[in-house]
Design a protein around this ligand. Structure first.
Ligand SMILES: C[S@@+](CC[C@H](N)C(=O)[O-])C[C@H]1O[C@@H](n2cnc3c(N)ncnc32)[C@H](O)[C@@H]1O
Length: 210
C-alpha cells in the first residue's frame, strides 16, 4: 500500500480529521514541541487534524485556537475562527480572542494549488511569512515555538534565513507521513528571541527516518 493511502486509512480508522495529523504527531515524537498546559495557535487549520491532536498534546490545562479561510467544523476543546491570515484584521481578532501571547504557533498553510510550481511555491512562502509575522507581532511568547510547513524552492532559503534570525534553534524535518516526492518540509523553530534578532545559528537538518 502506498504511504499516502496508508496514512489516509489510518486517519479514518482512528477518527482523525486528516492524514496531516500524523505529520504533527511525528514532529512531536521527534522534537517534543508541545507540553501539557501550553497555549497553541493553529494557522491554516481546516479541516482540523492538527488542532485535534494538539488538544491531546496540551491536555485539559492547555488551550488550542484555530484559524482558517474555511469554516472548521467544531472540535472538542478547540476555539476556532474563520479568517484570512493575510488580512491584518484577522491578526487583531486573534489577539483579542486569545488575550495573551501563546506558547506555540503551528502553520500547515497551503494555497489552492494552481499546478504552476513557482506560483504555488511563492504563494505558500507568502502564507508562511504571514504566520511568522503574526508570531513576531507579539502573539508568540518570548522563548516560544514555531512549526511551519514550507514548500522548498527559490524563496525558501530566504524564509529560512529570517526564521534563523528570530529563533535560537531551527530544525528541518520531513515526517514519514509526508509524501516521499513532495517538496514540503517542516521548519521547527524553538526559542523566539527578544528584541533585535541578528545572530544566525546553523540549521540542524533531520532527514526523514525510514
Ligand atoms: C493542508 S491544509 C491544513 C490541514 C490541517 N493542518 C489539518 O491537519 O487538518 C491548508 C489550509 O490552509 C488554509 N489557508 C490557505 N490560505 C489561507 C489564508 N490566507 N488564511 C487562512 N487559511 C488559509 C486552507 O484553507 C487549508 O485549509
Amino acid at each position: 500500500m502506498r504511504r499516502r493511502e496508508f496514512y489516509y486509512r489510518e486517519a479514518q480508522r482512528i477518527g482523525y480529521r486528516s492524514r496531516a495529523t500524523f505529520k504533527l504527531k511525528q514532529i512531536q515524537e521527534k522534537f517534543t514541541v508541545f507540553k501539557i498546559g501550553d497555549i497553541v495557535l493553529d494557522v491554516g487549520a481546516a479541516p482540523g487534524g492538527w488542532s485535534q491532536i494538539a488538544t491531546e498534546f496540551v491536555g485539559i490545562p492547555g488551550r488550542v485556537y484555530a484559524v482558517d479561510l474555511d469554516f472548521i467544523e467544531p472540535i472538542d476543546f478547540v476555539i476556532s475562527i474563520q479568517g484570512d491570515i493575510t488580512d491584518r484584521k484577522t491578526h487583531e481578532r486573534l489577539k483579542t480572542l486569545i488575550g495573551e501571547p501563546v506558547d506555540i504557533i503551528i502553520s500547515d498553510l497551503s494555497p489552492k494549488v494552481t499546478g504552476n510550481w513557482s506560483t504555488d511555491q511563492a504563494r505558500q512562502i507568502f502564507l508562511s511569512e504571514q504566520a511568522l509575522r503574526l508570531a513576531v507581532s507579539g502573539l508568540l511568547k518570548q522563548g516560544g515555538k514555531f512549526v511551519s510547513k514550507v514548500f522548498q524552492g527559490d524563496l525558501y532559503e530566504q524564509f529560512l534565513a529570517i526564521v534563523k534570525q528570530l529563533f535560537t534553534v531551527v530544525y528541518l524535518y520531513k515526517p514519514k507521513a509526508s509524501r516521499k516526492g513532495s517538496a514540503e518540509i517542516y521548519v521547527i523553530a524553538k526559542g523566539l528571541k527578544k528584541g533585535p534578532r541578528k545572530k544566525r545559528k546553523p540549521t540542524k537538518k533531520v532527514e526523514q527516518d525510514d
